[in-house]
Design a protein around this ligand. Structure first.
Ligand SMILES: Cc1ncc(COP(=O)(O)O)c(C=O)c1O
Length: 290
């Protein structure tokens, strides 16, 4: 647990000694929500968007976030300061809290806030230079009418299983389709493709997380005058694409070189590079840093 910083309900604890109750419904049922914020130059990047999504996730499962945003922001900064001096991956988890061993959360009186920080993961340079490999997973993304994938909850078992499929094929990510066979997202990233000069990404209505990086990329496309659309996309669209890339808080914009055995036409393509470079400026824009 070297390099980690952990807090439980605002108190910093030694990572090896950090314990939550086995009666916490977050542990028992995945009844929790979370966010991951990264730092850039030691400052919090896009914290406002992440806190907004935390509140939306919590509201969707009727979970009370027991701390005000000012406190959460100060705490995220404090987590970063306690860590060895690298950029940080800062995770905030809000669980339903301790209760009886029964499904209904009525006995959970106090939601818990847990913070875990570690150095921001460094992805293989090769992935950026020549594109990473992804696979189309057999595991499907949840229905919006089940645990809505728009909720960043502690229920990531489908994603865990999909990522295990990816690793069996030595791939970095697994892309999931929904029950209708439409593309949704990868296990911890959103997917984009470029075809005939149009940037396309699955529409939110098909069941996916509204990625913060995805939002910045769509906004960048508008600013750069690149045609972009949120659409119903199929695996055929993916295999016919000129360029494919994935986005996330820890990866930024990462080109995809292979989908299973299929080689993507251009890696990295002109659009991907332009968007990745522009996103680099977004990352360093003081307006996005707290
Ligand atoms: C399922 C899923 N989709 C997409 C993303 C990317 O979202 P963001 O850009 O906000 O990190 C994540 C982030 O971890 C995720 O867990």
């Amino acid at each position: 647990m070297k390099g980690y910083v952990v807090s439980i309900n605002g108190r910093f604890v030694r990572p090896g000694a950090a314990k939550v109750s086995v009666f916490d419904h977050g542990f028992l049922f995945g009844d929790s929500v979370y966010e991951v914020v990264r730092t850039v130059g030691g400052q919090l990047f896009a914290a406002k968007q992440h806190l907004a999504r935390l509140h939306a996730s919590a509201a969707a499962i009727e979970l009370r976030v027991p701390r005000k945003d000012d406190w959460l922001l100060r705490h995220l900064a404090a987590m970063h300061r306690r860590k060895p001096r690298t950029e940080s991956y800062l995770r905030l988890i809000v669980t339903r809290g301790e209760g009886q061993l029964e499904l209904h959360p009525q006995s959970c009186k106090r939601p818990a806030v847990i913070g875990i920080a570690k150095p921001l993961p460094q992805w293989d340079d090769e992935h950026y230079a020549h594109g990473c490999k992804i696979v189309l997973a057999g595991v499907r993304r949840n229905l919006k009418q089940a645990t809505d994938p728009a909720v960043k909850s502690g229920n990531y078992l489908n994603n865990v299983l999909a990522l295990m499929e990816a690793r069996r094929e030595d791939a970095a990510e697994a892309l999931m389709v929904n029950a209708q066979g439409l593309l949704t997202e990868c296990t911890t990233s959103n997917i984009f493709l470029v075809k005939a000069g149009v940037v396309r990404t699955p529409a939110l209505e098909h069941g996916l997380l509204q990625g913060v990086t995805r939002g910045f990329v769509l906004e960048l496309c508008r600013k750069l005058g690149l045609p972009a659309e949120e659409a119903a996309l199929t695996p055929d669209d993916l295999f016919a694409a000129d360029e494919v890339f994935i986005t996330s808080t820890t990866r930024d914009v990462m080109p995809v070189g292979h989908i299973g055995k299929h080689k993507v036409k251009l890696t990295p393509g002109r659009f991907t590079l332009r968007i990745a470079n522009a996103f680099h400026d977004v990352l360093h824009d003081p307006a996005n840093l707290t």
